[in-house]
Write a protein that binds this ligand. Sequence first.
Ligand SMILES: [Mg+2]
Length: 376
Amino acid sequence: MKIASVRPIPLKIPVSKSYVWSHGIVDFFTNVLIEVKSDEGLIGYGESDIIFGVSQESPETIVQVVHKYITPAILGKDPFNIEEILESMDDKIDGHYSAKSGVEFALWDLKGKYLRQPAYNLLGGKVREKIEVDFTIGIDTPEAMAQTAKKMLDFGYRTFVVKVGRDNELDLERVRKVREAVGPSVKIRVDVNEGYTVEKAIKMIRLFEKYDIQLVEQPVARWDTKGMSKVARAVDTPISADESNSSPQAAYQLIENDAVDILNIKLPYHGGIWNSIKVASVAESAGIPVIVGGMNHYEVGRQANRHFAITTPTAYSGYAHEGPGPASQSLTDNITKDVITYEDVKSDGGFVKPGDGYGLSFVLDESKVRQYAYEV
Ligand SMILES: [Mg+2]
């Protein structure tokens, strides 16, 4: 089998309610669907995910990079040789990991369809039968955030991520109100998304500690490894890296510099599932748990996260995950026929399963793809 074509399809789907976080306001998801076709006519799909304000890529760069660099680098190659294809893409152009991850997801999908196996069976097999998911609460008034937490408790969620770090005088109140709403047995994490200075982070985390915080994520700027390590040493709460964990190399450096207790792995930052397995292995060797973090994925990206999480032993270290969970509740539509929803989380008691379909186990809804495709 050979790769015969690669096609990036940018898709824009609006959200019903703007999502606010430290890096800005989200009104649309704009991920790029990647179609990889084999010479035998078999098709695999992946998704290149971005978040404006964090990602160093945009729909425009992804489309250009796929057309001008990735496609010429991999046309005619055997789609089974993922390691070789990753090397060829890196040789042609450095970085651009989200563009590469969309292609890589499509290769797992294609490979699974060809072998008539779900991708998890090609990735080492399932570690457990299901994955615990968390719910992330965007920045709002403390009262509104507490209300969201209360509502989502009914869907079985037992870990909440409280976003802070923008108009931050109310941050302590946000954490206090959410704790009050969910009671003592539920886990609360605080995600600062780089919103504090080192001094402010230390001061705030000490205050948050009163409310029994499971971890604090990315308290300071992504480039400030020294600052992260200073914060991690000064507080009792475990510190997780997200934006800092921006490449396989960065993951190693964070661990090496004692800047993290937990690594949040986002597949698009590392070029897909295979590189993320390597990052998880580095974490495992250092005794560091991983969280599988989410971006503004459509269901294709969510499924890639599920197949990765369920085959990753360090993802079973007592921390729930966002990436494998349902797409954001405010996303107005999706691109597959089978979508995991909050109701599914509820019936699985706060967990999700990847499904057993071949490849990445989704059925693409081509009419939705036509509906949301746009020119960049
Ligand atoms: Mg985060």
